[in-house]
Design a protein around this ligand. Structure first.
Ligand SMILES: Nc1ncnc2c1ncn2[C@@H]1O[C@H](COP(=O)(O)OP(=O)(O)OP(=O)(O)O)[C@@H](O)[C@H]1O
Ligand SMILES: [Mg+2]
Length: 508
């Protein structure tokens, strides 16, 4: 390989955080015009490699060469200036600014004022490359997670980056949107750009990457051509000796004949719910299936009391539940694990322990005193159960890898056993082992008699776990299905159908 063709090279790179070694002797090169995937379990070091390339982390040892030249001082601004952009796993947008302002943030032609006349033209050029459509005047903070992710993609393209680090860019996209992102990635590759692509979706990796690097416990297991890998070989490399069974669990049928634990009729909210009807029985796992933006999360929020509702009736645990609020929900035994863990789930300034126990302090206090021993033991056993890494009761969650933050968040909800749990994208961004444990946890909750409302963009995940599911479109539950009786094609057809008939109408 000609040296000019190597855009980024890590030579014996090591990284430590306060004495803890998280990367060891990393030797890696990223070449011109390749999509190079990084795969590995949560905490393997993928994001850290990306951040070292992008200038967000300095290396503790080893060398870094960018476009063939050794660099010493390296930070995000220097990286961006040389043409290396990073899309973060946890989005970094300014919610108050518009889409266009976020895309051009820091590279405005007219500093201090966003309203330059060539902005629409510049934005059009970016949209041309990425193939996404977004309202340039929409406030970033008002958009769905998927749309916010699109802004990050547009931002990297607007900077004309030669190397783009994409850290789990498809984690909140639907299959269709992920396909579109992949088309964008192929276009960028054809333009000679390099993409460092971190993903837990091995199917995506196999279909789009040119080369793949498998990481485990801070080291490179191997780098090779994607043609030489299969899903099984990747998984085996990621897990090492641990091995893993990735099949779905048996579904225990729920108790029949019991009155519903939750019953929702005609729910309407200010936040986009236009008519939700559903029931969940004790011991039942019920899914909500819909495209991103269909209103699944909004239905969950309306039930939980996070959003104001203007019509409809909710019964929970045999009682009317009209004055809903998150606090009251928790008091009644309803739990909700939100989709956007960074914003809503974790207190990043705190350690693992309070993040898991804060809503449950009641069970750890007696006569006004905290039973700290009991609290620490409970936290420790949940760390073990979910395989949270590092395994520190007092670890700073802000520094945990994305998947490990997700595990902490989930653990919080089994501290006390809730009667009904709403899980919004519970396995997003977690590795296969943790995903398996999360699935076991969901099945186990139901087996003990709790109800579960499961939202996931991966329709297969819902079909594999749920006893029943409701299809959601435009803020409405419009059909109830039993997974075993429905083909994927039928479901997708139903989800897309309305949009097609609407376009047909608007053309007539
Ligand atoms: N700023 C930091 N301070 C301390 N430890 C850190 C920091 N950033 C990362 N780590 C640790 O480094 C290890 C590797 O983390 P990294 O984020 O690179 O993992 P990852 O492979 O991207 O995992 P995931 O799939 O969960 O996103 C983890 O153990 C993590 O806790
Ligand atoms: Mg990561």
């Amino acid at each position: 390989m000609n040296d000019e063709e190597i855009y980024v090279r890590l030579i014996d790179v090591g990284k430590e955080f306060s004495g803890v070694r998280v990367l060891r002797n990393i030797n890696l090169d990223f070449r011109k015009g390749e999509i190079h995937a990084l795969v590995g379990e949560n905490g393997a070091g993928k994001s850290t490699v990306g951040k070292i390339a992008g200038g967000y982390y300095s290396r503790s040892s080893g060398d870094l060469e960018i476009f063939g030249e050794a660099v010493s001082h390296w930070d995000p601004a220097a990286a961006l200036k040389s043409g290396i952009a990073m899309m973060h796993q946890e989005l970094q947008l300014v919610p108050e600014l518009t889409v266009a302002q976020n895309v051009f943030l820091g590279i405005e032609n007219n500093r201090g004022s966003f309203l330059t006349n060539d902005e629409p033209a510049r934005l059009a050029a970016v949209i041309e490359v990425c193939g996404f459509q977004l309202d340039p005047n929409a406030r970033a903070g008002s958009l769905s997670l998927a749309d916010q992710q699109k802004i990050e993609i547009m931002r990297a393209i607007a900077r004309d980056a030669k190397v783009i680090v994409m850290d789990e860019p498809t984690s909140s996209l639907t299959a269709d949107e992920a396909d579109r992102l992949h088309a964008t990635m192929r276009r960028l590759r054809a333009m000679g750009r390099t993409i460092i692509y971190v993903s837990h979706f091995l199917d995506h990796v196999l279909s789009i990457a040119d080369r793949v690097t498998i990481m485990r416990e801070g080291a490179v297991v191997r780098t090779g051509s994607i043609a030489e890998e299969t899903k099984a070989s990747l998984v085996a490399g990621m897990l090492g000796d641990a091995g893993a069974d990735v099949s779905y669990l048996d579904k225990t049928p729920p108790v029949r004949g019991a009155p519903p634990l939750l019953s929702v009729r005609g729910l309407v909210s200010d936040n986009g719910v236009k008519g939700a009807d559903l029931e969940i029985h004790p011991g039942e796992i019920v899914g909500l299936i819909g495209l991103v933006g269909s209103g699944r999360t909004e239905i969950a929020r309306a039930i939980f009391g996070a959003d104001k509702t203007t019509a409809g009736a909710v019964m929970f645990d045999g009682k009317d539940y009209d004055d809903r609020s998150p606090r009251e929900s928790v008091a009644r035994g309803l739990a909700m694990v939100p989709e956007d863990r960074r914003k809503q789930g974790l207190v990043l300034s705190q350690t693992v322990r309070p993040n898991m126990t804060l809503p449950h302090l009641g069970i750890f206090s007696a006569g006004g005193f905290m039973k700290t021993g009991a609290e620490r033991n409970a936290v420790r056993s949940l760390i073990d159960y979910f395989g949270v890494s590092p395994r520190h009761v007092d670890g700073d969650v802000v520094h945990y890898s994305g998947g490990n933050q997700q595990k902490v968040l989930l653990a919080k909800w089994i501290m006390e056993e809730p009667k009904l749990v709403i899980l919004d994208e519970p396995s997003r961004g977690v590795d296969l082992g943790a995903r398996r444990r999360i699935h076991e946890f969901i099945v186990e909750l139901a087996r003990k008699g709790a109800g579960v409302l499961l939202i996931s963009s991966e329709i297969e995940e819902v079909l594999g776990l749920a006893h029943r599911a409701y299809l959601v479109r435009e803020g409405r539950t419009f059909r109830e299905i039993v997974p075993e009786e429905q083909g994927m094609d039928q479901i997708l057809w139903a989800l897309f159908h309305d949009e097609q008939s609407k376009t047909a109408r608007s053309h007539s």
